[in-house]
Ligand binder design. Sequence first.
Ligand code: ATP
Ligand code: MN
Length: 468
Amino acid sequence: MKKDDCERLSVAQARNANAVGKKVLLKGWVRTRRDSKGGFSFVELNDGSSMGNIQIIAPNTLSNYESVITKLNTGCSIWATGTIKESPGQGQATEMEAEEIGLYGDAPSTYPLQKKQHSLEFLRSIAHLRPRTNTFGAVERIRNRVSFSIHQYFQELGFYYVHTPLITASDCEGAGQMFRVSTLDPDNPPRTEEGKIDYTQDFFGKPSYLTVSGQLEGETYACGLGKIYTFGPTFRAENSNTTRHLAEFWMIEPEAAFYELEDNMVLAEGLLKRIFADVLKYCPEDMAFFNKMMDKTIIETLQHIIESDFVRLTYTEAIDILIASKQKFEYKVEWGVDLQSEHERYLTEEHFKKPVILYNYPRTIKPFYMKVNDDGKTVRAMDVLVPKIGEIIGGSEREWDLSILEQRMDEQKMDKTHYWWYEDLRRFGSVPHSGFGLGFERVILFITGIANIRDVIPFPRTPGLCEF
Ligand code: ATP
Ligand code: MN
């Protein structure tokens, strides 16, 4: 039977017991090869369709046994035809008895991913090859599954997927430092009479930036279509070299008309639980790998989270708990301060040992668009905190009263003229509405137990790093 007449299976399909007896074609990359005394070569093949490899048994009767098969190196790409058999070996249901094997691309011994454990730091320096490792294969399959589950969750609830712009002229809400977008010649920019850079001559006729959030535009669609979400890249030029911040990351931002803070909390809790349940259900092999290699408690933690309610706690109650804890925090705790990661982690990791939704924050530390409570001192903000990460979601009910919104913009010394269209939502048919932002990579960090956010996105962008 010729190669092209055989049914092509992925390695994942060929590893399934129901493939036994079929004559198939496999294609992939050689992970390892060893020769046995009995006149066989054993090739471990992987094609990214699953964590596990399939073992291909090549007998020395194959015509190219000496010339090709015994020279197959780690990293080379091949095709193989043969019959799938039940495997007598441990930990694998099937194996392939090869009839023919052909080489696509050889990989000399300079291939950096020889069979041994490589550090995540080293793999970061070869981000173009790391998709061929167990860890990054698994990370990508989890990212893919979580993306799909997020779309399913919102679609099933009747939310529309809206595409908000990546280039914006509203410098948003001070959510973070912005990257400027410009076509002016940096060596010789046009100047105004006062000697300042003349942005009226720039591409958009005014200063423009990469977006830090699609929220404001998202609100315009919620106030028309009812329930929407965005899921796209977001950019922050924050020079915070932490293990939880990227300069380019993906964010999911639902926004819903007629949702109050309580509805927003239910939506956020439901989303996280759906994601966690789905990865356990659909990615068991990858999850078992992370549970073994990264953190032996993740599967148990995710299961526990799915089964229990999140804690709901006001900011004021949280401050009381933190003060009563007598912990030595680096940043002092008192009513009115913004909580630091160490405080958030104490609450969710030590005190409650489960996810916490903190709400009703002081108005002075939160952006202008959050709805002011009747007490006048707090706003209807909510942050969802999880162990080891701290903040994973930030959201709020939005201020829908125009006069209060304007007062808040004045308070924060903002230029109201930039927000005329945002104010129009409050001028015409204003409604209560709410939304939040979920950092996609923070979710993947949490699920995989990986410590550094640079290792859960294909090509990390951080201060000083824009390779690949
Ligand atoms: P943090 O205090 O951790 O910097 P933030 O308050 O700036 O977060 P928001 O502006 O509320 O975050 O953004 C919404 C969500 O986006 C956050 O809850 C977080 O999950 C994620 N996020 C924010 N900044 C980053 C970043 N630089 N890299 C990756 N994810 C981020
Ligand atoms: Mn931030």
